[in-house]
Ligand binder design. Structure first.
Ligand code: CA
Length: 229
């Protein structure tokens, strides 16, 4: 099974940072400095499963590269690399067919978590055992709707269970309060976003080693939450 990732980034320092970290995580990395070069390399190597695309580039930009890839390839996972000042670009990037985006500067852990998540979704890793999601120390049983931490049952409400499932299905992904509300409470729910914070505070007390200093459910300030280690 291919572990190939394409990295399109014109700044060599950022590109090497990505290459070093993805290589360390077990990926085979193919580098490109321009959009044109990226499209060439994608054509030459048919089994690239995930592409990381910078937006600001000499020549065609990352959005255009994304559009051209998607015109012929719906399977490949695409992550846009955005700068902090490019809030609107995130939306545009996802509209042109990207699956995810990472904001610069990002940590190695964040980067590999995003790539891992797309690989899993693209079927690049061993499929999850049906009825169970295991992310040590957690084991979520989706048949019984139960959670274990280090083999010990954690008693959850139905809402808390749904939040855990959502997080474990989206590792490393920043989820906005609105998204969480939609996914857990449903789109027709017209409650306040505060309910998300309240439930997550309670869930942290149950699953974190230290709820004051959470390491599993991380706060993304001004946005929402992220499941990550
Ligand atoms: Ca750039």
């Amino acid at each position: 099974m291919s572990r190939k990732v394409l990295v399109l980034e014109d700044e060599s320092s950022i590109r090497s940072f990505i290459v070093i970290n993805l290589t360390r995580a077990g990926y085979e990395v193919i580098e490109a400095e321009t959009g044109e070069e990226a499209l060439e390399k994608l054509k030459d190597s048919g089994d690239i499963r995930v592409a990381l695309l910078d937006i600001m580039l000499p020549g065609i930009d990352g959005f255009e590269v994304c559009r051209r890839i998607r015109a012929t390839n719906t399977r490949i996972g695409i992550i846009m690399l955005t700068a902090r000042s490019q809030e609107m670009d995130k939306v545009t990037g996802l509209m042109t067919g990207a699956d995810d985006y990472v904001t610069k500067p990002f940590s190695p852990a964040e980067l590999t978590a995003r790539v891992d998540a797309l690989f899993r979704r693209a079927g690049g890793a061993a499929p999850e055992q049906v009825g169970e999601i295991r992310q040590d120390p957690f084991l979520l049983n989706t048949r019984n709707r139960t959670l274990e931490k280090n083999g010990q049952r954690v008693k959850l409400t139905q809402v808390e269970y749904s939040i855990m499932k959502m997080f474990m299905e989206n590792p490393g992904k920043a989820l906005s309060r609105e998204e969480i509300l939609d996914m857990v409470w449903g789109r027709d729910y017209f409650g306040e976003l505060k309910i998300v914070d309240v439930n997550i505070r309670r869930l942290r007390l149950k699953i974190e080693d230290n709820a004051q200093n959470p390491t599993y459910i991380n706060t993304v300030w001004g946005y929402g939450y992220k499941w990550g280690f």
